[in-house]
Write a protein that binds this ligand. Structure first.
Ligand SMILES: Cc1cc2nc3c(=O)[nH]c(=O)nc-3n(C[C@H](O)[C@H](O)[C@H](O)COP(=O)(O)O)c2cc1C
Length: 706
């Protein structure tokens, strides 16, 4: 057998443990961050060559940790670092550090024709613009904006956009092309865009630090005479987004500047529903595959879920690549707000005629699209909560001496009163923390007037579904004088429940004693409901509404652990419908879907309430019979299998058609046929196949293991 000698994958080694640390970067603001890390650990730094820093330190790991802390994950991936013992080879080291990979070098040779294009950006690149319209019942679909698409012309003529991005990716020039894409989109929109929105693509991985890397984009907008609130930045990462925090930072940066953000290709794989909930983009673009398969049931289910979640936080959903009137009306019917695709208009340079025609209607459409994009008051809550003790504490009742003029104090008090987040103040010097102030947003969120609540402890907002452990956390915080954040189920005066993300801040006097508590109430019901819906979608089959395979397997694993502890037994039924394919072939897939749902309902009716039933895949279902006494397992399992097969004796009604299905069942018992979930599933699956081999509507018990 041969083996690699000296290869790092065979002989992994840690970075050197010497005292000489060399750090190299090609990004100037990374250099600034690295210098600051060196200062942080109290060492001196020498710049050996441009972008190459040398530090002598007896604690290299402390320096590396400090440097890593200063940088985002994308920045850290750009910086090269080495820890050495000796002093030789600075120039060589500098070159080596900056060296691209072999793959990049080869791609640079192969795609050298991109270089003259980058050198003469203005004539080599241009943007074309595809209209985005509001979906409506009739043919009158006002344009609210345009997506900019980059086109390039090389020495040999026009370059296919896909080939251009692929070549740049291979050669390590994606960040250049991405920047060119953004600036060209803005430059070429000058003079004709009017008040419409401009959707501009970007790749989050090419942006190391938004504050620095996006300056050129802002400058281009300024030169083109475009306002930042007209711009919608769209993530077009075709791969998985690995650092959602980084993307979230980039989104936050754009939003702080007044821009909007969009998530593209939703449903294409990389962007999960969790990401949607986490990032809450202003616009969500449904993937081409999903849109073009409308009105098929599975696509409808996905679109309905995305629309529901996006609307819950105030975002808008856009269907891309709409090509037929049928796709457009299915999308509209499911609540999709906006459309883009050849049905509404192809990409054009300066869609001047169109923009003139809509010049009168666009502002209100765009304003409408923008005005409803965020419904919660998160941003304000953060701004307030960031500095309650310093800024508000100075004018709090009984607090330290006020700073600033009386005018400012009055203005601050008015701002707190009008702020859209609930603000409450409790007196910590009196028993049971009575409220001494609530603002208007609190009154609106809870339905209680200030006069009704002043003097009371805020626990009156709690009710039957308020989690006692969460309240316990609050109690600990007020007993020990700590700041705290809690997510609470609270109740309005009319009894309606809501989710309150509550921040508590302790306010101290000059001797450090807590005199007051500030509470900030933030209604996050839409977000929590959306998260719960996502969790439901993750564990339920969209078609039948039954638990999906993952949930049944989880339940089986839990049940096996319980049964082992209690000396009980578990039965697993693997159910496969007979003749289901014939339904699809004869009546079509839509009828097949209805038949599956009806079959699921039959199965549920055949089992005991406590038994767990779920859809495995296609026309296969799983049932876990729980709490089965030791000596009765065979009887109970047999009875359940018979009930399942019997439940199909009468035909199902599928849109007026009588559909005769049957079911074969494989039964496996714990521990007789398997000691864990995998073994039991395999045993039940084999038994189901044995049942199928004997005919329709049969049930077979698995063979004992071994
Ligand atoms: C300023 C302030 C605001 C509070 N706001 C809320 C609130 O909005 N919702 C809630 O359930 N509890 C809120 N609490 C917590 C309760 O008043 C109380 O401290 C908590 O229920 C724990 O104490 P207990 O076990 O004595 O009830 C707030 C407390 C303070 C001091």
């Amino acid at each position: 057998m041969t083996s690699c000698v000296g290869c790092s994958c065979q002989h992994p080694h840690v970075s050197g443990t010497g005292s000489r640390v060399l750090l190299s970067t090609r990004v100037s603001h990374n250099l600034v961050a690295l210098r600051s890390a060196v200062r942080e650990v109290g060492e001196a730094v020498v710049e050996l060559a441009p972008g190459l820093l040398e530090v002598h330190t007896s604690h290299p790991s402390a320096l590396l940790t400090a440097a890593r802390r200063q940088l985002s994950s994308v920045e850290a991936a750009e910086v090269r670092a080495v820890v050495l013992e000796d002093e030789e080879g600075d120039a060589l080291l500098s070159t080596a550090f900056a060296a691209p990979t072999l793959a990049e070098v080869q791609a640079r040779v192969e795609h050298a024709d991109l270089l003259p294009m980058f050198a003469d950006e203005l004539s080599a690149f241009r943007s074309v613009y595809q209209p985005i319209v509001t979906l409506g019942p009739d043919a009158d679909r006002p344009v609210i904006g345009y997506e900019a698409l980059l086109r390039g012309t090389g020495p040999k003529g026009p370059v296919m956009p896909v080939a251009m991005f692929h070549a740049a990716g291979q050669a390590g020039w994606l960040h250049v092309l991405d920047r060119v894409g953004r600036t060209t989109a803005l430059r070429d929109a000058a003079g004709w865009l009017g008040e419409a929105l401009l959707f501009v693509n970007f790749l989050p991985t090419t942006i190391y630090r938004p504050q620095v890397c996006l300056r050129t984009t802002e400058r281009a907008a300024e030169l083109a005479g475009l306002r930042l609130d007209q711009l919608v930045f769209e993530v077009t990462e075709a791969e998985r987004v690995t650092d959602i925090d980084h993307l979230s930072d980039v989104f936050a940066y754009y939003r702080e500047r007044g821009c909007k953000v969009a998530l593209d290709d939703l449903g294409a794989g990389y962007s999960s529903l969790n990401m949607l909930v986490r990032l809450q983009p202003d616009f969500v673009k449904l993937d081409k595959e999903i849109v073009q398969r409308l009105p098929e049931p599975v696509s409808r289910a996905v679109v309905a879920a995305v629309v529901e979640i996006t609307h819950a936080y105030g975002g808008k959903v856009l269907a891309e690549c709409v090509e037929t009137a049928e796709q457009a009306s299915a999308a509209l019917e499911l609540g999709v707000d906006l459309g883009q695709g050849w049905l509404f208009g192809r990409p054009e340079e300066r869609p001047g005629a169109a923009s003139q025609a809509v010049a009168g209607t666009v502002p209100s459409q765009a304003a409408d699209a923008l005005s409803t994009t965020r419904v919660d008051g998160n941003d304000r809550a953060v701004a307030l909560c960031g500095q309650p003790a310093g800024a508000l504490g100075e004018q709090s009742p009984g607090g330290a001496a006020p700073r600033g003029s009386a005018d400012v104090e009055a203005l601050v008090a008015r701002a707190v009163d009008l702020c859209t987040v609930g603000v409450t103040i409790a007196d910590a010097t009196r028993p049971d923390l009575p409220l001494i102030y609530v603002n208007q947003a609190f009154e609106e969120a809870t339905g209680y007037l200030s006069a009704e609540v002043l003097g009371r402890n805020c626990r009156f907002l709690q009710g039957p579904e308020t989690d006692p452990d969460t309240v316990g956390g609050l109690r600990d915080a007020v007993t020990t004088g700590r700041d705290h954040v809690a997510l609470l189920r609270n109740y309005r005066k009319d009894g309606r429940p809501w989710w309150n993300e509550m921040r508590l801040s302790a306010i101290r006097d000059h001797r450090g004693r807590v005199t007051h508590y500030f509470g900030f109430q933030n209604d996050v019901t839409a977000r929590v409901d959306a998260e719960q819906r996502v969790a439901h979608l993750a564990y339920h089959d969209a078609l039948t509404g039954l638990p999906n395979r993952a949930q049944v397997v989880d339940g089986l694993v839990r049940e096996l652990a319980r049964a082992e502890r209690a000396g009980r037994r578990v039965a697993l039924l693997f159910i496969d419908l007979d003749d289901f394919k014939a339904v699809n072939d004869r009546l079509g897939h839509a009828a097949g879907d209805l038949a599956l749902t009806a079959a699921g309902a039959r199965l549920r009716g055949a089992l005991r309430d406590g038994d767990l039933l779920g859809r495995h895949s296609g026309d296969e279902f799983l049932a876990v019979l729980t709490d089965v006494p030791r000596d009765q397992v065979t009887t109970i399992a047999q009875r359940a299998a018979d009930a399942v097969t019997d439940s199909f004796h009468s035909p199902l009604d599928v849109s007026g058609h009588a559909v005769q299905l049957g079911a074969c069942v494989g039964v496996a018992l714990f521990p007789d046929h398997g000691r864990d979930a995998t073994e039991l599933l395999q045993a039940a699956d084999r038994a189901m196949y044995a049942a199928k081999a004997t005919g329709r509507g049969r049930a077979v018990l698995a063979r004992p293991a071994g």
